[in-house]
Every structure is written in C-alpha cells, then in structure tokens.
Design a binder for this molecule. Structure first.
Ligand code: GCU
Length: 601
C-alpha cells in the first residue's frame, strides 16, 4: 500500500473507496470537443510507449499519474508501477496481439511516453488526437488529469494549450477494455475484445481562432445544382470563413454567428460521385492563419418506397460485410490490409460494403470514396444493450455523433446504422429512435437503418423500429441457425415491408483447415450450398434491394471454440489468411457479376 506518496493522498484510503474512478469518468472528451483535422499538419506520437497492465485499477486508485519521473534505482517509495521505465509496446497496437500473457487481458493498461515541446506562442493552440482507444481512455499530462473518453472506435481530442510545458512533457493514457453490461457494446459480442490504443496518436498546433468543423454536401433536392457548406469556428467570429473549390470556380465567404456557426448554399453543377465514377473535389476553407482541406464527392442518396435511389437512379447494393480484424494485428488496420479488402470486394463485383459492427478506421471510408464503394457505417449497439439506462444512451448517442462528424464528408457513406440484432422491446425502440433522430439532426443527406432480426413468431419482416429508419436491414441465417431453409421462402412470401430491405447478414461457417470435413455443417461444401440456395431465393424478391452476406474474412472471436473454429468465426468467404478463397466466394462473385450486367445493377 502506497501510504506515503503525496499524490495518492492516502494510499490506504483508496483501498476502501470503490468509487475511486468516479472523478475520472467525466466523458468530457466527446463529439463536442472533436477537431476537424483534414489538411492540418500532425506531429505523430506513434512509436514505443512505456506500458503496464493494471487489472485492478491500482493506478487510478493510487493516482500513479502524480508520480515523478525518477530513475528506478533512485526509488524512495515502494510504489508498484514504473510509468517512466520498464516494458514498452508500439502505438498503435492491440496488447492482445503483442504477448501471449495479454491475449485475453481485460482491464486497465497504462501507456506513458515523454515528448519534447518548444514554446507555444501566445497566438497558438495545441491539441492531442487519439484515433481510437478500446474502450475507455483517461488522459493525463505532466501529472494532471485532462479528461476521459468512452467508446472504442471513434476519435477524440484534448486541448493541451494551458497544460503543455516548454521542454519535456509526460503523457499518460489509461485504457480500459473491460466488458460491462452498461456500455456500447456491452459484455457479450461475437467479435474479439481487443484492448489498446490501436489507431494513431497525434499533436496538432493551430492558430488561436480555428475552423473546428466543416460539412460539405450536395443539397438533396434532386436538382444536383447546389452545394451546402456548414462550418463551425472557435475563437474570433468577426471574420468570414473563405471556402473554395477551385475546380468548380467556387470561392465564397461564409459569415459565422456569435456561436461560430455559419452556412451557405452555393450554385454549382459538380460531376456527380458514383461507384462507376467516384469523382472527388478538393475543397479548402481558410480563416486567418487557419486552413483545412478535404476531398469531397457530391451525390444524392434517397429512399423512395421500396427503392434506394442514387443520383436519381434505383440501385441494388451488391455488398459484403467486413469486420476490422487481422490475424496478426488485431484491430490495427494496415494500409496493405485495407487495399486488399477493396481488391477482394472488387473481385466479388461489389459496389457496397457493410463496415460492421462499429466505426472502422477513417481511412476505410476515404478509400471507399476513392474506389467507388458505397458504405454502411454503424455504431456497436449490438444485441442486449442496457436500453433502459440513460448513461448507455448517452454513450451510444455520443459515439453516433462522433462517427457522423468524422465521416459525413465521405460520399461513399450512404447509410448510418443504429444497431444490430436488438430485441424488439419498448425501451429499445425509444433508445434507437433517439439515435435515428440524431442521424437526421446531424446529417439529413444520408439514410438510416439497422440490422434487424426476423420476426420468428410470425416468420416475417416485422420490427417496430422500421417506422423510424429508411432501410430495413435483415440478418437471416436460413440453412444455418434457422434449420429449415424452406422457411426463408415463407418468410419472404409473408413479408410486405413497404421499405427497401437489405439482407445485411446471411451465410454459414466453412472450415478449410486441417481436419476439414468434406460435407455437413462446417464444411466448405455446406457453406457453398447455403449460398446457392440463398442467392437463388433472394434474387427473385422485389423488395430486396441489397445484400451484405456475412462475411468477407474469417475473424477472431472468443466465443467460438469448437474443433473447426478454435477462436475464429469461419463464415468468411476467405479464410483468416486473407488469401484462401472458399467455394462460396465465386458463387457470390458470379451472382453479382450477373446483377452488374443486368438492369437491376
Ligand atoms: C449475427 C451477428 C454477427 C455474428 C453472426 C454469426 O447475426 O450480427 O455479429 O458474427 O451472426 O453468428 O456469425
């Protein structure tokens, strides 16, 4: 027990105080403090950080952040952690993938590093950005607690301006990936619970007055002739923001009100973005010394009756679902891995991807913009969320807002999904209506959806949430979880959804490794047979306007341990080596090639 250290006040007291973490769970680092970073110069803090697992939160209890950086041999107190020396890990990384002893570790872990900083001038500001930390992150600088972020897959910012020192600074991130019932996602998921700071950590130096947000989009009025630009300024609001799209001859001043908000609608006839022609424009916004940029595609997506309409033309979404998961890096996304994902999607003749079940790395939607793949993007409101809990709704709503603010300039993203396979209860309905309303509030230019369950009592599409969303996602596993495949035909015959339906999941496990079966459940052939039947049945249904079968690659998951799984979900069209294709891959690819060649698209 550390009873002598000044910062711990009284180390003994912290053993009797189970509310020790309450002062640190502020959730003050959230969508409101997000900083638009497109075009800004970043200083990377990636690389080797000191690291220590802290299963029982001893560090927060004893306030390790107040320790001073002295060499180990000069220790004069019996503290149990060495933030400034000892074991190191690379950032970004998932600790689960670094050492066998951390594979299933769930708890807090301390990341510490120093960085030298020259003087911040009187007309500058300094921000830290963490691309993602799974799940909860507390930030300390030079012994001072600066804030806390909930959410494992969205970025957050911390302003350091009033806390940075000239010379050496010590930064600490305490990341906790413990699964709990009240969070988003909650404790039971069908994907691996990686822990860590698994996306980039960066510093941004800015002028005093900054453009903190910019949303650029085609006005969805079917004239394809107006571009709306919304900006948010923090600082001096007396001058307008200058907005330019050189290629369209656009140069406009955007006046902002006292709150820093400004919006203009500009006449323009941009070349429209589409999967066939993913045209992007360079946009620039300046205000004094501040300058931000982005690459934006202009398109209109609508839901009219049972049709999904892109730039005035009905489309069929030839998709595939993907997790953010890699055999070697876990949730860390390498550029080569992302490139390969899109190569495989194109080989499948896809025009659509479902980024399941949480916000993917922002590079994924940027690549989708460049490569012409439409995207379904979602937050992990997955299975039995604590729908009665206001704190859980606050967490979910913030993650939705962070995702939308991060990606709403991405033309490829056409659907915001508010959940997956949730029980149809009154509390869930209210919870998810709130999220759908948030999507429309922040972004009236996209469609909303959710991956809903089959109403098995009536064997039809019937979920009360469908009244609040544009597109009904349906996860159906006839031939796998639903034993009698013929029930799929009845299910479709019984259904009259009145809105577009995307079969957001269907498929079966197919194991192709050592000891594989030649037929029967978990065989490659059985998986292929499920695809043959699903394709033959779904292709005939008028209200089915898209598919994103489950899933492109086998992926890691703790809850799958039979002899063919061994910690992997084997529904991938490609094995976890991300190279070996299974029979079903070509079945889907051929089907999509037919659709692509036909009027159905
Ligand atoms: C569910 C769920 C997925 C899961 C899949 C499966 O529908 O949405 O997250 O991995 O089915 O059982 O493989």
């Amino acid at each position: 027990m550390l009873e002598r250290m000044e910062g711990a006040e009284n180390g003994l007291a912290c053993l009797h105080d189970e509310d020790y973490d309450v002062p640190f769970n502020l959730q003050n680092l959230n969508n409101e403090s997000l900083l638009f970073v497109g075009g800004r110069e970043a200083t990377s803090l990636n690389g080797e950080w000191n690291f220590c697992v802290d299963l029982l939160d001893t560090g927060i209890r004893q306030k390790w952040h107040t320790m001073l950086p002295v060499p180990a041999e000069e220790r004069i107190e019996p503290y149990d952690y060495d933030p400034y020396v000892g074991e190191t890990v690379p950032v970004p990384s998932c600790w689960s993938m670094l050492k066998e002893k951390w594979y299933f570790f769930e708890g807090s872990a301390w990341y510490t590093r120093s960085f030298d900083f020259d003087e911040l001038s009187a007309d500058e500001r300094l921000f830290l950005r963490v691309g993602a930390a799974q799940y909860d992150c507390k930030v300390f600088l030079n012994g001072e607690f600066l804030g806390n972020h909930y959410g494992g897959s969205t970025p957050f910012n911390v302003e350091l301006s009033d806390h940075i020192k000239t010379g050496q600074n010590w930064l600490m991130l305490v990341v906790n990936n413990t699964r709990t019932t009240d969070r988003v996602p909650m404790r039971n998921t069908d994907w691996f619970n990686y822990g860590g700071v698994y996306r980039a950590v960066e510093l941004y130096r800015t002028p005093k007055t900054i453009i903190t947000d910019m949303f650029v989009h085609l006005v969805p009025d079917s004239t394809y002739s107006k571009i709306a630009v919304e900006v948010k300024v923090d600082g001096d609001t007396s001058a307008p923001v200058k907005f330019e799209i050189a290629e369209l001859g656009i140069s406009a001043d955007i006046a902002v009100d006292a709150s820093g908000k400004g919006k203009v609608v500009l006449d323009a006839k941009p070349e429209l973005w589409s999967p066939e022609s993913p045209k992007l424009y360079d946009v620039v916004a300046t205000l004094g010394a501040d300058r931000i940029t982005d690459r934006v595609g202009f398109r209109q997506i609508e839901q009219v009756g049972t049709e999904i309409i892109l730039n005035g033309t009905p489309i069929f979404l030839r998709g595939i679902s993907v997790h953010e998961d890699d055999e070697f890096t876990g949730k860390v996304l390498l550029d080569a891995d992302l490139e390969q994902r899109f190569v495989h999607a194109k080989e499948l003749n896809c025009n659509f991807m479902r980024f399941a079940h949480y916000p993917h790395d922002e590079r994924a939607s940027k690549m989708a913009d460049e490569k012409g793949i439409l995207v379904w993007s979602e937050i992990p409101v997955y299975w039995a969320i604590d729908f009665k809990n206001p704190a859980t709704l606050k967490d979910a709503d913030n993650q939705m807002r962070e995702l939308i603010k991060r990606d709403r300039n991405r033309a490829s993203v056409i659907i915001w999904s508010v959940g997956n396979e949730n029980p149809d209860t009154d509390e869930r309905l209210a919870f998810m209506k709130t999220l759908a309303d948030t999507c429309r509030e922040l972004d009236p230019t996209r469609l909303t959806s959710a991956a809903c369950l089959v109403n098995h009592a009536k064997n039809r599409i019937e979920d009360r949430l469908s009244q609040y969303i544009n597109i009904i996602g349906i996860n159906e596993y006839y031939g796998w979880y639903e034993e009698n495949f013929d029930d799929l035909i009845d299910f479709l015959d019984n259904s009259d959804p009145g809105k577009p339906v995307i079969i957001t999941e269907t498929g079966a496990d197919g194991y192709i490794g050592e000891g594989k079966l030649e037929k029967g459940f978990f065989s490659e052939e059985y998986m292929a047979e499920v695809y043959r039947k699903q394709i033959a049945t779904l292709r005939e249904r008028e209200f089915v306007k898209g598919m994103s079968p489950w899933i492109l690659y086998d992926f890691r998951v703790e809850r799958r341990q039979n002899m063919y799984q061994r910690g992997w979900n084997r529904k991938g069209l490609i094995a976890n080596d991300k190279k070996t294709k299974k029979t079903a891959f070509k079945l889907l690819s051929d089907f999509y090639a037919e659709l692509k060649a036909s009027a159905k698209g």
